[in-house]
Design a protein around this ligand. Structure first.
Ligand SMILES: [Zn+2]
Length: 397
């Protein structure tokens, strides 16, 4: 489907359905959820009670019968129904894969209203298409959209998402790679930290955005308000929505910040080295976990990787072992080193910020030829490029 000259990018837009359209959206979402639970039950009890294996083709038959038999179910597009049973099949495949690899398995679960938030149109042009400024959806209508940025490439699929009381359309598009960025001759190692978000091998630091803490504080207030409400009351629904909105707000701010940061790095450096991340091990340490998840490390790495790839930049992920406790100058292991050590000193004369030292080690672990590293003596900037900065421009905190 997609080759090396294209990549898949996702565009998300807010929908503004009318009252009647929203009723339709809820109906389709409910139909999709009912079908999901029915297909799951068929798989589960078919095997448990009768020992029979229910195939995907059987589930597709079920989807067909469901659409024909249940009230409003024909409002759900046929391909949407197919994608729902496919989703059930994928949930089982993932479950068996986890069993095989000895991970904590977790049997596929039935979905309540609170656990089912979206449905898909798997082929743009079939049941879904852009019609003027609106999005025309099968069984729902021509829904107004806020196109806050232009969509690009060839639209492949559309997913309709309900989140924190709002509706969104998520487009997956196949876009051609942009032409590679002009070379800067610069190379960098990046240390991802708990107290500081990133420290580069050039000694630059980017702190955690302070607004995230502020957002957390607000969230705690809203959560206390929610806890005081009566179960099942209208007031509780209202307070829950406020909590969900605040979550979404914090997540948006974080993604926005990490987008800007990763773009700035990719613009400034030809080659970027990071540690391999072991989130799964680290989040077990509950003391460290909050900051790690806060800072969205994996999101940052994901943004950086895809942006680097489409800009023709090189990334490397190195083994993080000993990057903090080794001297970047002579390779000696520091004694009495622990998390509270903020500054490292070595007999060889090195005296450096701990994270800066780690970033230098990460860079040297790549084995990249340091002689082409233009950090000290940047290559002459090309004619059409503005004068390159020695420090990359960090987004405003
Ligand atoms: Zn040393």
């Amino acid at each position: 489907m997609s080759d090396s000259s294209t990549s898949i990018r996702v565009f998300k837009y807010r929908l503004y359905p009318s009252k009647a359209q929203e009723t339709n959206l809820y109906r389709v979402l409910n139909c999709a959820r009912n079908l999901y639970n029915m297909a799951l039950a068929e798989r589960k009890y078919g095997y448990q009670l009768e020992g029979r294996t229910v195939k995907v083709a059987d589930l597709e038959q079920l989807a067909k019968h469901y659409r024909a038999a249940f009230p409003y179910a024909e409002q759900m597009f046929s391909q949407t129904a197919q994608s729902v049973v496919k989703q059930v099949d994928l949930a089982f495949q993932a479950f068996f894969r986890r069993v095989r690899t000895g991970q904590k398995a977790g049997y596929p679960r039935f979905k309540s209203r609170n656990r089912f938030h979206s449905f898909a149109f798997k082929q743009y042009g079939n049941g879904v298409r852009i019609d003027g400024r609106r999005l025309k959806l099968f069984g729902i209508g021509r829904v107004p959209v806020r196109w806050h940025r232009p969509i690009a490439g060839i639209i492949k699929t559309v997913r309709i998402l309900h989140s924190a009381g709002r509706w969104f359309a998520v487009f997956s598009c196949e876009v051609p790679h942009a032409p590679p960025m002009p070379k800067t001759g610069r190379t960098v190692g990046i240390d991802l930290g708990l107290s500081t978000l990133i420290t580069t091998s050039d000694g630059e630091k980017v702190e955690h955005p302070h607004y995230y803490r502020a957002g957390q504080k607000r969230l705690r207030v809203l959560q206390r308000r929610l806890a005081r409400t009566q179960r099942g009351s209208a007031n509780r629904r209202k307070k829950l929505l406020a909590v969900q909105r605040q979550h979404a707000h914090v997540a948006n701010q974080r993604a926005d910040f990490l987008h800007k940061l990763s773009t700035a790095l990719v613009r400034h450096y030809d080659r970027i080295a990071l540690e391999e991340l072991r989130v799964r091990n680290m989040v077990r340490n509950s003391h460290l976990s909050k900051s790690i998840l806060d800072s969205g490390w994996s999101m940052f790495r994901q943004f950086l990787t895809y942006k680097a790839e489409s800009a023709g930049r090189v990334t490397a992920f190195v083994d993080p072992a000993y990057t903090s406790k080794t001297c970047s100058n002579c390779g000696t292991l520091f004694q009495d080193f622990d998390l509270s050590t903020r500054w490292v000193e070595c007999d060889c004369g090195l005296s450096l910020d701990r994270d800066h030292n780690a970033a230098l080690n990460i860079l040297s672990k790549t084995g990249w030829d340091a002689s082409v590293n233009g950090n000290a003596a940047p290559l002459p900037p090309s004619q059409d490029e503005p004068q390159a900065h020695t420090s990359f421009r960090s987004p405003r905190l």
